[in-house]
Write a protein that binds this ligand. Sequence first.
Ligand SMILES: Cc1cc2nc3c(=O)[nH]c(=O)nc-3n(C[C@H](O)[C@H](O)[C@H](O)COP(=O)(O)O)c2cc1C
Length: 356
Amino acid sequence: MESKALLQHYKSSDLYLKNRAVMAPLTRCRADGNRVPTKIMATYYRQRSSAGLIITESVSISPNGDGYARVPGIYSQEQQTAWREITDAVHHEGGKIFVQLMHVGRVAHPYNKAPGAETVAPSAIRVQDKIYTDKAGMQDIVMPRELRTQEVKKVIKEYEQATRAALDCGFDGVELHATSGYLPMQFLSSESNRRSDQYGGSLQNRIRFVLETLEAMSSVAGANKVGIRIWPGSTLNGINDANPIETYVALLKNINHVGLAYVHVIDSSEYGVDSFGLVKDHYSGPVMLNGGFTFALAEQAIKTRKADLISFGVDFIANPDLVKRFAIGAKLNDADPNTFYTPGKKGYTDYPCINT
Ligand SMILES: Cc1cc2nc3c(=O)[nH]c(=O)nc-3n(C[C@H](O)[C@H](O)[C@H](O)COP(=O)(O)O)c2cc1C
């Protein structure tokens, strides 16, 4: 029988993965009111540890980085203790797990933040959209305060501290969340970044925040334990870049030789941008592709060397044993979008596995 490329092990530098099927980062809003991971989160991740690599849901690096209800953090002792239980559970099953580090920047509402936490951004430009809050349902996203230059450097430090905390919690690596219109993407994109200091204005200045953040994270973990997720040209959460191709070519050129664990890129074809082609043409290190992959498409992408790794989102929500199903060609469960973000076990830890 022909061997399945997706299910072969992956080795690069000192990262060894038992297969190339990665669980994509998936926000599930199951943390408690203090953003501490709950016991059911340990069960959920343990159930999915046959993935070659799990990338956690987005996890905030600081109280200012919070923006959504029940999204976990990694900045308090209590949160870190709970994450340790999760990494232990995954490692116990022979899995590997990276944490996705997030700062929402301007995509926030005070109801989704601790008292005293602020909504900050590269520039004081409001996203004309609403955001869900547990307290009062949908609310207008608020006007952010522009970060002062010294504060930008402080945020970069927070990514460094979060990386240190992640390693102390037992994570195998960290991923910089630079998609979905959050803070790193707000710095990258021309319409949300109108700064006149070294973090805005020219293209080189717009990419500086991401470069310095990756450098700070790498200074703690080593570049080979740091990944970055990008979505060139996407407009989620009010983001808009006058020339995304130019922006991401510059970014990729600058990170091409730093030896990151991977560049994780989401398909941008719905935005008229060939993000996979962009990465293929301008990045020579390990590449993880995401967005609408079936097993057959993943096989093809790996066999034709378009990707080293493929991440699966919704299919991992509904199929804890996705890798096994791929291996034997079993039918997949369908996901229930109604329970993507609701608290509790329903639609979280109760998707069935196959019995073989
Ligand atoms: C419920 C849900 C939550 C998500 N949360 C995150 C997240 O926290 N971080 C992130 O980078 N992407 C997030 N995404 C995007 C997924 O990682 C992935 O890009 C998307 O589901 C497309 O991949 P797929 O076609 O394999 O599902 C989320 C998607 C879904 C459906």
